[in-house]
Ligand binder design. Structure first.
Ligand SMILES: Cc1cc2nc3c(=O)[nH]c(=O)nc-3n(C[C@H](O)[C@H](O)[C@H](O)COP(=O)(O)OP(=O)(O)OC[C@H]3O[C@@H](n4cnc5c(N)ncnc54)[C@H](O)[C@@H]3O)c2cc1C
Length: 529
């Protein structure tokens, strides 16, 4: 007799989603988390006394609404807050770009940069939204998989075919044409203004080594805009109390359904007998048995560290080793005495959404070039949020927290190491913001710099990759985590994957955890019958 129906390794948001669904279905579930707190990279931490920072992820715009409804997350305290305005992009030597929530107001603001762009903006957002909705439907397709031959239901394809047909000829062709395109080419078809194009191109680069001129970056943008978005820009995604309140709500829901969650407990090994997972071995030497072991840690960690490699086919191991998962993002967390004031910024309320730094497509491309050749960019693109503007509970009265996503900081530095470069990188980012917002430096009370190496060492991300593996057309659908293993099962019986390294990938969507739970439940059910 096993101790549990399922052990979930890791209490990041996906592990908690899986645990919630399994427990809701009446399974006896144990979640084991190596850190002292839950949340994984969706955690809020009081890094500096009195200041609560979403230490890694800052926006949960992609979180699936059906998961929230199924698990009753509202009741457990989850509240998503709007971005308002959607975007503020300062300029060093001209007018900033503001994109309001209200589409008519947005068009009016954009017209001060380009009348043509103002007239195109709404149609562009609508086009992308249609394509993203279709991509989201495709993500839910149960994919053909080696672990379940004969289990692929051709009716699924028919359903998708009908949906594709429902897009209509024009949108259908556009989906097929746009998916492999470069974001730069797509934007050049629609817009003139450099600052608008660069602001919209930014989310096509997130977590990736490539710049917006690379083929396939349009797909990256569609992936990142699924959820609370107008198609081109995220419209909501702050979580009241910080992103950790999303994972706290997930944990409360799972516990209410009966799941047990233990923190500060590291799994050292997944124990297998006759090529089936049967138990986990903890760092303290304890062994806990389960009918199913579900890993939310990244795929490389799961197969190259937790599983005894002799149980794995060398070809599968090679595929796992070849997963592209080299980190390229650094995070800077700041406690501020006051809000920054950017050049020509008309009012402080303009900083309530995403503040984008990165003036042109060329600028973004050059930043990506640096990362490709092993240097962190000295002129990086920054995605900045100041969540304490809409949620003053995050900082002492009158003070603020600032979260800075810095793109193009490669895990492997060619001529230096991250221990020496951590604070220099922090200075680079501060100097860059200072150039747009004179006096900003003097408002900083505390700062924390997380390099890709820190993301690996503190948050357990192999290679420091924030999505556990790059999101790209060749690492999604039936190719994620590796070709042929897209339905959460693995070459080891009763061992499943449910983290961001599984289909449909990273970002705070909950989708890998949700789809994995369905497959695990199917197997647990058939085991009983
Ligand atoms: C700096 C940064 C910024 C980001 N910003 C955003 C954003 O704004 N919006 C967005 O949507 N996404 C963002 N992301 C990506 C997003 O946070 C991730 O894709 C997502 O949170 C991953 O969730 P997960 O549950 O799959 O994995 P994780 O959160 O990585 O969870 C895995 C868990 O497993 C635990 N673990 C590992 N090994 C063991 C072991 N041996 N034993 C027990 N436990 C173990 C880890 O400690 C961790 O808690 C960001 C990521 C980073 C790093």
């Amino acid at each position: 007799m096993s101790n549990y129906d399922a052990i979930v390794i890791g209490a990041g948001h996906n592990g908690l989603v899986t645990a919630g669904y399994l427990a809701k279905a009446g399974k006896k579930v144990l979640v084991l988390e190596r850190r002292a707190i839950i949340g994984g990279i969706a955690a809020t931490e009081e890094i500096f006394p009195g200041f609560k920072l979403s230490s890694c992820a800052h926006l949960a715009s992609g979180f699936a609404g059906e998961i929230s409804a199924d698990l009753g997350l509202k009741k457990h305290g989850l509240e998503l807050l709007p971005l308002d305005p959607l975007l503020f992009a300062p300029s060093q030597n001209g007018a900033p770009l503001v994109i309001a929530r209200d589409p008519a107001k947005a068009a009016q603001d954009i017209s001060s940069h380009s009348k043509n762009d103002a007239s195109q903006y709404a149609a562009f957002c609508a086009r992308l939204k249609t394509l993203e909705d279709f991509l989201r439907t495709l993500y839910g397709l149960a994919l053909p998989d080696k672990a379940s031959p004969g289990d692929f239901n051709p009716l699924e394809l028919l359903k998708i075919g009908l949906k594709f047909h429902g897009l209509g000829d024009k949108e259908g062709y556009e989906f097929l044409r746009i998916l492999p395109m470069s974001m730069a080419d797509l934007l050049h078809e629609w817009f003139d203004s450099d600052l608008l194009k660069a602001s919209l191109a930014a989310s096509s680069m997130l977590g990736s080594f490539v710049g917006p001129r690379q083929q396939g970056t349009a797909f990256n943008l569609l992936h990142h805009q699924i959820g609370e978005s107008n198609g081109a820009l995220r419209t909501a995604g702050f979580v009241r109390g910080g992103i950790g309140n999303l994972t706290a709500a997930l944990a409360r829901a799972a516990q209410q359904f009966g799941a047990e969650i233990r923190t500060a407990v590291e799994v050292k090994k997944i124990i297998t007998k006759q090529s089936a997972a049967t138990a986990v071995l903890l760092a303290n030497g304890d062994e806990i048995t389960a009918t199913a072991v579900v890993s939310s840690t990244d795929v490389k960690r799961t197969f190259l560290q937790l599983v005894e490699p002799t149980y794995l086919d060398p070809h599968f191991l090679l595929q796992v080793q070849n997963i592209r998962a080299r980190g390229t993002v650094a995070k800077i967390n700041l406690a501020l005495d006051s809000l920054p004031r950017f050049k020509q910024q008309a009012s402080q309320v303009l900083l309530g959404g995403i503040v984008h730094i990165g003036p042109t497509i060329d600028y973004l491309e050059r930043a990506a070039d640096d990362a490709k050749y092993g240097r962190y960019s000295k002129q990086p693109f920054l995605e900045i949020t100041l969540p304490s503007i809409g949620d003053p509970t995050l900082a002492p009265a009158g003070k603020h927290v600032m979260s800075v996503w810095m793109q193009s900081a490669p895990y492997n530095l060619r001529d230096a190491n991250w221990h020496d470069q951590r604070e220099t990188l922090g200075d680079t980012v501060i100097n860059l913001i200072e150039a747009y917002a004179p006096g900003f430096r003097n408002s900083i009370l505390h700062r924390q710099v997380l390099t890709p190496l820190d993301l690996e060492q503190t948050y357990g991300l192999t290679g420091g990759h924030l999505y556990h593996a790059e999101i790209a057309l060749d690492q999604i659908f039936f190719m994620r985590p590796v070709p042929g293993w897209a339905r959460y099962r693995t070459p080891i019986d009763h061992l499943y994957l449910c983290g961001s390294g599984a289909h449909p990938g990273g970002g705070i969507t909950g989708l890998p955890g949700y789809y994995a739970a369905k497959e695990v439940l199917k197997d647990l059910k058939s085991k009983k019958s």
